[in-house]
Design a protein around this ligand. Structure first.
Ligand SMILES: [Zn+2]
Length: 170
């Protein structure tokens, strides 16, 4: 009858008993000491902590400035929209085109204010030449937006601007 294979394996033979002392400490105590040493070595120094704090502060400041600039841009854009009469000496300054999703987008070439509505079949087949509408005003475009709401979930850019600026959306 052969012996079971693991009886005299080298692992068993070299395994230290838990009670053996190394410099007066048990194996468990040595292991614990090593863990503590490693943890201490891994801990960031005061200098590193300071650097990290400064970095965090810099990122926060950057985000704050970016937000402020974005808000200023919105405010400026809205002021421009408001001040613009969407006309030059000869005519209104709106141009429009049909987009791939079946909407029509008009924009004032001076202030970049935009308007969006669902394109009519005629507009889709023939395009939109707003210069044909000599008497066109912003009110007409706003009416089109109301009467032919654009497809898709995207609100007109103006609405996004108003919402971002925290203003009431008309
Ligand atoms: Zn304009």
């Amino acid at each position: 009858m052969p012996e079971p294979p693991n009886q005299n394996s080298p692992v068993r033979q070299t395994n230290q008993p838990q009670s053996q002392l190394i410099n007066g400490m048990t194996v468990d105590q040595v292991a614990e000491l090593m863990t503590q040493v490693i943890r201490t070595l891994k801990e960031p120094s005061d200098e590193e902590k300071q650097k990290k704090a400064e970095e965090t502060e810099r990122k926060k400041e950057f985000a704050r400035q970016a937000k402020m600039m974005a808000e200023q841009e919105v405010t400026q854009r809205m002021a421009m929209h408001q001040a613009c009469i969407h006309r030059n000496a000869q005519r209104h300054t709106f141009v429009a085109q049909v987009t791939g999703d079946g909407n029509a987008v008009a924009i004032c070439q001076i202030c970049r204010k935009d308007y969006k509505w669902r394109a009519t079949p005629d507009q889709i087949s023939q395009g939109i030449n707003l210069l044909e509408y000599a008497g066109l005003t912003e009110q007409h475009l706003l009416d089109w937006e109301k009467r032919f709401p654009p497809t898709g979930n995207q609100p007109p850019d103006r609405t996004k601007l108003l919402m971002r600026a925290g203003k009431a959306v008309a």
